[in-house]
Design a protein around this ligand. Structure first.
Ligand SMILES: NC(=O)c1ccc[n+]([C@@H]2O[C@H](COP(=O)([O-])OP(=O)(O)OC[C@H]3O[C@@H](n4cnc5c(N)ncnc54)[C@H](OP(=O)(O)O)[C@@H]3O)[C@@H](O)[C@H]2O)c1
Length: 354
């Protein structure tokens, strides 16, 4: 028997992507999808890719029937938390894609976002990267999916921090990100004449995702008794791409390392993690991770290079922000929360060429 789910905020980009996966998931039955602006309108008017897969119409969240197994919240931060508080009482498991429950410390949340509307729920939430928190996610009632940039940075850096190979305070993450990461609501920065052809730094320091990245990497550092705390300089760039993130991470090696040390660190950290592919090829065109190679999939491709002349390591990670960076990660979390194989419904290769 399939699990009943509903998606709150399904007219947006993450909600639409989540719905795409949910409709073909063998263990999910989509009960309702909400939108305030498009209530009463068929879903396929906004998501033409779903023609023949659903005849559903958007409903207002006021008409939501909460008698379901899981609710996915694909809402802006601050909007999401009060809904989570209301819905958690119904017994449905909550998977929140916003930033509202990612940060454990309410003061850190307040520094990067605003005062938290329901801080008492923070301790209940599990951070939603399965490769870091698989066992906790299995038991969770409230999962906070990670930010898309944060996912790409954390998946690149976590094995290095765990293996104690780098000076933890020297991590620099330079990310290129596609326009869908800003959501479907109109904004001048994603208006075609402004965005077309762009390579734009928009938050060279102090990006909000820094908080969750440092939280998660410092937990790993503490677990191995690292002498220094992790500090990450994150600089994202908006580029001309709709989906995808490429993060190039730089850090200083603590002592000279060889490729074999890196292979060991990454393989051992990601044993049992089917969606992580280590990509490092000497010969082909596709030597390192590329967003095009993971577009439309739940894979995170991670690759590395040691600078032979300097004590420096370079890690590349590529994800699709709407899949591994949000909707696909949410389904992977759902699978774990409901005792399913984490690959269920999302084990799919990408396109080539694209
Ligand atoms: N885009 C990404 O790549 C990405 C990746 C990871 C995480 N996230 C996070 O995921 C969340 C959703 O992002 P998105 O890109 O999908 O945003 P989006 O495209 O702007 O969609 C937002 C959704 O929220 C609904 N909504 C807004 N205010 C509401 C309210 N007061 N009550 C009920 N529904 C409301 C909108 O529905 P209406 O039709 O009613 O306006 C829409 O369906 C955000 O917190 C974002 O930070 C996004």
């Amino acid at each position: 028997m399939a699990f009943k789910i509903s998606i709150i905020g399904a007219s947006g980009y993450t909600g639409g992507e989540l719905l795409r996966w949910a409709l073909i998931h063998p263990e999910m039955q989509v009960a309702q999808v909400t939108s305030e602006r498009f209530a009463g309108i068929p879903v396929t008017k906004l998501n033409p890719n779903l023609r023949s897969f659903t005849q559903a119409e958007f409903v207002s969240v006021k008409k939501l029937n909460t008698d379901v197994d899981a609710l996915f919240l694909c809402l802006p931060h601050k909007v999401s938390a009060p809904y989570a508080k209301q819905f958690i009482e119904t017994g449905a498991k909550i998977i929140d894609l916003s930033a509202d429950f990612r940060i454990h410390n309410k003061d850190v949340y307040a520094k990067y976002y605003q005062e938290h509307p329901c801080p008492e729920l923070l301790a209940k939430a599990v951070y939603g990267i399965p490769e870091l928190h698989r066992e906790e996610i299995k038991k969770a009632k409230l999962v906070a999916c990670a930010g898309c940039l944060a996912t790409s940075v954390i998946l690149a850096a976590a094995p290095l921090v765990k293996a104690g190979l780098i000076e933890n305070s020297t991590i620099i993450a330079d990310s290129k990100i596609g326009s869908s990461a800003s959501g479907a609501a109109f904004d001048i920065s994603t208006h075609h004449p402004e965005r077309q052809g762009v390579v734009r730094s928009y938050k060279p320091s102090g990006h909000r995702h820094t908080a969750e990245i440092e939280q998660e990497l410092n937990e790993i550092a503490a677990s191995v008794g690292a002498p220094t705390k992790v500090s990450v300089g994150l600089t994202p760039h908006a580029i001309e791409m709709v989906r995808g993130i490429l993060t190039t991470l730089h850090a200083r090696l603590l002592s000279p390392a060889k490729d074999i040390d890196l292979w060991k660190a990454y393989r051992s950290f990601y044993t049992g993690s089917p969606f992580i592919r280590i990509v490092k090829d000497k010969e082909t065109l596709y030597r390192y991770p590329e967003p095009k190679c993971v577009a439309g999939t739940n894979f995170a491709d991670v690759g590395f290079e040691i600078d032979p002349e300097r004590p420096r390591i370079i890690i590349m990670s590529a994800i699709d922000n709407l899949v591994k960076g949000s909707g696909g990660q949410a389904i992977q979390d759902f699978n774990l929360m409901f005792g399913l194989d984490e690959k269920t419904g999302i084990w799919q290769p990408g396109f080539h060429p694209i």
